[in-house]
Ligand binder design. Structure first.
Ligand SMILES: [Zn+2]
Length: 311
């Protein structure tokens, strides 16, 4: 690595560290009651806008444009945002990738991370990735907009983490895929900021018209309970199943550094209930996701936040 490369990464690390120690206290203290219900149509519009950049594979110009688009949406909402560029080794050599980070400070110095990847699986013809990864990205953007524009100030600050390079290109062998989340987790440990993160909630594949979350076994028990409580409160319990499978997804690097984490994923995305035949095919398009499912997901995420971040 060149000295320039080293300097660049060092400055970015300091930049994020500064962002993680915000000056708070000048906003009026209000409660979660100021939060309106989540609007699935607006989240769907965010997905439509994102999939204009397709495919948006990690390390490509469309991937870069997608990152810039997400960054600009956050700035438009008035959310403090950062494009965190990094270089990582992949089975195809080094690639330059970009995590986009948005931050809404809370009343304390503790944080919760809401995560989604935004890159697409390479090598699929006519691929939009409307569900994988458009759906979760659209929900996160709409959550950022509505929380920032509301009167509600959370107790825990909220970090919106849009990860690049989630998709592996060699069957998720060691070091392949999860590039953005592994990079962020590594940096949190380097700065010591991981101690301030109380929970990591990952959304992935949340737009299926037949929405049935299959929460993987490798999710932290208390967050599973918070999710089931939220689902019960909202009358969405039928949309949630507990899976006995382990899923390798962007929540794993956070589990590995001791942060409680959960993966809210519907890993049965198909032409019939129980099938996953739309996954990583050109059938993963806008026709096969719905605003209603995005709305259910957004309301669940909002309810979990009310339970753990707005105390
Ligand atoms: Zn995927």
């Amino acid at each position: 690595m060149t000295l320039n490369g080293y300097k660049r990464r060092t400055l970015i690390a300091l930049g994020l560290s500064a962002l993680l120690f915000p000056v708070v206290g000048c906003r009026q203290q209000k409660t979660a009651s100021g939060l309106p219900p989540f609007n699935g149509q607006q989240a769907f519009a965010e997905v439509e806008a994102l999939v204009q950049f397709s495919p948006r594979d990690a390390g490509t110009s469309e991937g870069w444009k997608a990152a810039k688009h997400i960054f600009q949406r956050l700035e438009t909402f008035g959310v403090e945002a950062d494009m965190d560029t990094f270089v990582d080794m992949t089975p195809e050599g080094e690639k330059t990738m970009i995590n986009v980070i948005g931050m809404i400070p809370g009343k304390t110095k503790e944080w919760v991370i809401l995560g989604s990847h935004f890159d697409t699986m390479p090598g699929i013809d006519n691929f939009q990735g409307a569900n994988d990864s458009g759906s979760s990205t659209g929900v996160l953007l709409e959550l950022a907009r509505m929380i920032q524009s509301s009167d509600a100030v959370p107790d825990l600050g909220i970090i919106f983490a849009f990860f690049d390079g989630e998709e592996g290109i060699a069957d998720y062998v060691e070091g392949d895929g999860l590039h953005g989340s592994r990079y962020m987790a590594r940096k949190l440990v380097e700065t010591g900021d991981h101690k301030k993160i109380k929970a990591m909630i990952l959304l992935d594949m949340v737009g299926d018209r037949d929405l049935k979350f299959t929460i993987p076994y490798n999710s932290t028990a208390n967050l599973v309970q918070e999710t089931l409580n939220a689902a019960h409160t909202l009358g969405y319990r039928d949309h949630f199943m507990l899976s006995r499978s382990i899923i390798t997804d962007d929540h794993v690097p956070f589990l590995q550094i001791g942060i409680p984490a959960i993966d809210l994923i519907d890993f049965k995305y198909g032409s019939e209930p129980g099938l996953n035949d739309h996954w990583h095919t050109e059938a993963d398009n806008l026709q096969n996701i719905s605003a209603e499912s995005l709305e259910i997901t957004g309301n669940i995420a909002l309810q979990i936040l009310k339970q753990i971040a707005f105390r």
